[in-house]
Design a protein around this ligand. Structure first.
Ligand SMILES: Nc1ncnc2c1ncn2[C@@H]1O[C@H](COP(=O)(O)OP(=O)(O)OP(=O)(O)O)[C@@H](O)[C@H]1O
Length: 347
């Protein structure tokens, strides 16, 4: 068991959001030190030599020769390779000036966020990654709670607040009251699964291969509103029929239908959360609304769709990608208000 002692005297000044797609590290007084993709590229010749991290490594994905391997330390929202994740944060910080060398900073506290759905073992993996950043106290805070605080929600009062956090690899629907998680449901899929579905769709329906970055662009350009309005476009790729590079004409409506399937999975998750929650807190949502956060909620038309289906106000976070670190910054200033944080000390 890890020894946590949560005291008002500990100054937590470093905040880590280690995500499947993106890693953010924020330092009080310095601002955002790191905001980079969670990805590392290795040269497999003569043993494994790390050659790029973050954005540089992302640019190599799918384009590098076969001796370069691009790896991600997280999958489905969880750390699946601790040592790789430690290397990622250390190397990203090494590019972030002298942060690691500052021993005074290292003795201060670090807050790292974890999915609400993580097991003890999964939490301890996040803990080990934070340990690679500094030797001070480490506090774990659930991501949706931090994101809610980061978005400016008053989570302390005895009123139900529902946070829907759609990341790259995990989607969580969490009911919060008085600074604690009352109920949650999650699925271990997020924005990444939509991109994979888009790639699969073109392969299955057109024998046409597209890159992950093309799928990502299509996802960001498609709206799930106006599902009757046709809008055709062309994309580059590789035809399995002609065995040649080619372009393909298709309708954005086809992508919208794929995104709508994901929107309905989010809708089901919210409905399941509400079904098993105290009715008093659920009733509060008619005026507190549902907060959408995480990069996956940026699907155009998602908030309107959920609001229409649930008949509850749906609010888009002003900080869908940075809300977790900003929330933990605020939490570091008011720790004594969070009984839930103390509960995490015995994970
Ligand atoms: N404009 C956009 N439209 C649709 N999806 C988007 C948009 N911008 C980003 N995304 C998606 O957001 C996801 C990344 O979000 P985020 O950074 O919150 O995830 P993460 O914290 O890394 O992942 P997780 O919490 O699952 O570990 C990616 O799947 C990305 O495709």
């Amino acid at each position: 068991m890890f020894n946590f002692f949560i005291s008002k005297k500990i100054i937590y000044d470093t905040f880590i959001d280690l995500g499947t797609a993106n890693t953010l590290i924020y330092k009080k007084g310095l601002g955002t030190l790191i905001n980079e993709p969670s990805i590392i590229a290795y040269d497999k010749r003569n043993g494994e030599k790390q050659i790029a991290v973050g954005k540089q490594a992302l640019h190599m994905q799918g384009k590098a020769p076969s001796f370069i391997e691009v790896k991600t330390p997280l999958a489905d929202g969880m750390v699946h390779d601790i040592s790789l994740a430690q290397t990622l944060v250390k190397e990203l910080l090494r590019g972030g000036k002298s942060f690691i060398k500052d021993t005074f900073i290292q003795r201060r506290g670090i807050i790292i966020s974890v999915p609400s759905d993580s097991t003890k073992i999964e939490k301890s993996a996040f803990f080990e990654v934070a340990r690679a950043v500094g030797s001070g106290e480490i506090l774990l805070v659930e991501e949706p709670l931090a994101a809610a605080v980061g978005a400016g929600l008053d989570v302390w009062n005895p009123e139900g607040k529902l946070v829907v956090d759609v990341g790259c690899g995990i989607t969580e629907s969490v009911l919060i009251s008085m600074g604690e998680t009352v109920n949650f449901k999650s699925i271990r899929k997020g924005g990444e699964s939509c991109s994979q579905e888009i790639i699969q769709y073109f392969r299955n329906h057109y024998d046409f291969l597209i890159s992950k970055s093309t799928a990502e662009i299509l996802k960001q350009q498609t709206s799930i509103q106006n599902l009757k309005k046709s809008h055709k476009t062309k994309i580059p790729g590789f035809s399995l029929r002609t065995k040649l590079p080619s372009t393909l004409e298709f309708d954005y409506l086809e992508i919208a239908k794929i995104l709508l399937i994901f929107a309905n999975q989010i809708l089901n998750l919210v409905e399941e959360t509400l079904e098993n929650s105290p009715p008093e807190l659920v009733g509060d949502l008619y005026h507190t609304g549902i907060l959408l956060t995480g990069g996956g909620t940026l699907i155009d038309g998602l908030s309107e769709y959920l609001q229409f289906k649930l008949n509850i106000p749906v609010i888009e976070s002003s900080e869908p990608l940075n809300g977790v670190v900003f929330g933990n910054l605020k939490i570091s200033e008011i720790q004594h208000l969070f009984p839930a944080l103390k509960a995490l000390k015995d994970f």
